[in-house]
Design a protein around this ligand. Sequence first.
Ligand code: ADP
Length: 629
Amino acid sequence: MAKMQFKSESKRLLDLMINSIYTHKEIFLREIISNASDAIDKLSFIALTDDKLGMTRADFKIEIKADKDNRTLTISDNGIGMDCDDLENNLGTIASSGSFKFKQELSEKEEQQDDIDIIGQFGVGFYSAFMVAKEITVITKKYGSDTAYKWNSAGADGYEIEECEKDTLGTDIIITLKDNTDEENYDEFLEQYRISALVKKYSDYIRYPILMEMTKSRVKEETKDSDKPEYEDYTEIETLNSMVPIWQRPKKDVKQEEYDRFYSEKFMAMDKPIKTIVTSVEGVVTYKALLFIPSSTPYDYYTKEYKKGLQLYSSGVLITENCEELVPEHFRFVKGIVDTADLSLNISREMLQHDRHLLTIAQNLEKKIQRELTAMLNSDRENYEKFFKAFGRQLKYGVVSDYGMHKDELQDLLLFYSSTEKKLVTLSEYVDRMKEEQKFIYFATGENAAAIDALPQTELLRSKGFEILYCTEDVDEFTLQSLMSYKEKKFCSATNDDLGIENDEAPAEEKDSSALLTFVKETLGDKVAEVTASKKLVSHPVCLTAKGGISFEMEKYFNSVQPDSGMKAQRVLELNLSHSAVKTMESLIQTDIDKARKYAEVLYCQALLIAGLPLENPSEYTDLVCSLM
Ligand code: ADP
C-alpha cells in the first residue's frame, strides 16, 4: 500500500517529538493510556444499551506488555477501536483538540525552550510516543466493523494503513523503542518496575485496571527447607493502578500538585487552577464534584469554540464530556467533574436537560462556586484580583444578562477601579466610605483610567472628595445600569446633567445668564438639546452631559456594533459662566456677534473632543480655530 503523508501541521509536531530533547519523555505512556481509557469510556457507554456486545464494566481493561527481545512496548485496550477513516483523521492529522492547541501555542512561541515547557505542561497526545519510538504500529478494530486495520509509521516520512486480522474490539499500540544513545537509555521503558512506577505516578486514577504481567522470583517449593534454597521465576498479572479517581479520594489525602496535574491533563490547560473546589454531598441527591477555577483566560474563551460544561459521570461511567446544564453561563469558566449515582445510566442526552437531580446538583454547584469566590475575595484578595482580571468581564455579563436575574448573586463579586483608592474596590467598600452628604455612587466612563482622570465633568466630584468608579470596559456601564442601585444607593454617571449636588464655589452670579444661554443654543441649533449654566465645572470652560436614558458611552457602543442604529444621547452643553473664555464670548455678543458665534462653535467642539465623541467636521473646526488666531 502506498505511503501516505502526514498533514503539514502534524509533520511539524512530529518533527518536534522525534527530535525532542525534552527530559520527561516518560509522559508518552500517560498519553497512550489516557487515549485507551477514553476509548473504553466510549465503548462502555455503548455497552449500557447494546446487549449484543455482551460486555460489562468488569470486562474493560488496559494491558501493557514489554518485549525485551524485540524492544517493543505494547499497550492494548478493549475500547471502541478505530476504522480506516478514524486512523486517517485521528492519527494522520492534527484534528484532535490537544494537539491542535499545542500547535496554536507553538506558533505563538517559537523558541525551542518554550516547546519543551509546553510538552511538560500538558499532554500532546498520541504523537508524544515518537519521543521514544522509532516505529509505531497500531492494530485496531472498531465497534460495528468487521474489518481490522494496521497503521504503521516510522515517523516523518509518512504512514501506511492496511487490513489485518484482529479478533477482539479495541486497539493495540505497539511501540518499537529508539536505539539507545550515549545520552538516552530507552531500554528503561521495558523494565517492569519502571513501567509500574510510571503508571502509579501518572495514571493511577484511571478507572479501568491497567494490567501487566510481572515476572517475580520465589523460593522453589522443594528447596524450601533446605540450607540452600533455590529460586525460580514465575509470572503474575498485576493491576498497577489503584483505579480510584481523584475526585473520589478524600481531599486531605490528595496533594495540590496532584489536582494541578489532573486539571492540566484532563482539560488541556496551560495554567494552574487558582482555586480547586472539592465537594461531596449526600442527601436528596448524592454526588461528588471536583471543580477548578482557572487562573488565566483560555485563549478561545470569548469565542464560539469555547465549550462550557462539566464532565458528567454516573457511578464512574462517563456520560458526557460537556454537560452544559451543570454550570450557569456566568460561571462558564469553571471546569470540572461531577460523579453521581442518581442518574439512570442509559439516560439520553435530551433527557439530561430536564433531569430533576441534575438540576438540583447544578443549583448546589452554583451556590458553592459563589461562596468559594466570595471567600477568596475576603481572604485572598491578591488571587481574587488575578481571577477577576481573567474572568471579571464574564461576571459583569452575568449581571447584565437574563434581565438582571443574577445581579444579587453577582454584585458583591464585582470590582471597579476607584479614583480615590487607586486600586480595585468592591461596591460594598465604596458604600461603606461614602460621605454623609453624598447621594449617589458615582462612576465615569472612558477608554482608560488616564482618560477618565482628565474628564472635566468629574472636577466637582473630585473637589468634593467623592470617590468615582472607573468604567473602562464596554460592559461596565451596562452592568451598573442593570444593577440600578446598590444597598439603596443609586448609580450616577459623572456625565449626567444632574449630579445631585450644588457647587458652593460656583459664583451666585446666575443673575441673568439667560441671554447668553439662548444665544449659544440658537447658534448651535439641533446639535444640542439644551445649553445650561454648569454647576459642576471648576477650571474647564465647557463640558457635555447627557440627558435622558442614553449615555455617550451607550451611544458609542451601539454605533460601533450597529453603525446605522441612529442611537444618540441627548447632548446638554454646560457652560462654566465664571470661565474667562465664556465671559469673553458673552461680551462679544454685543460687539462682534459673528465672532461670538465662532466662539460658541469652538467651545462646543472642545466639549465633544473631551467627551471622546467624533467632531462632525474636523476640517471645519480647524478652519474655525485658525480664523480666530
Ligand atoms: P487527543 O487524545 O487529545 O484527542 P491524540 O493525538 O492523543 O489526541 O489522539 C487523537 C485521536 O485518536 C483521539 O482523539 C482518538 O479519537 C483516537 N485514538 C487515539 N488512541 C486511541 C485508542 N487507543 N482507541 C481509539 N481511538 C484512539
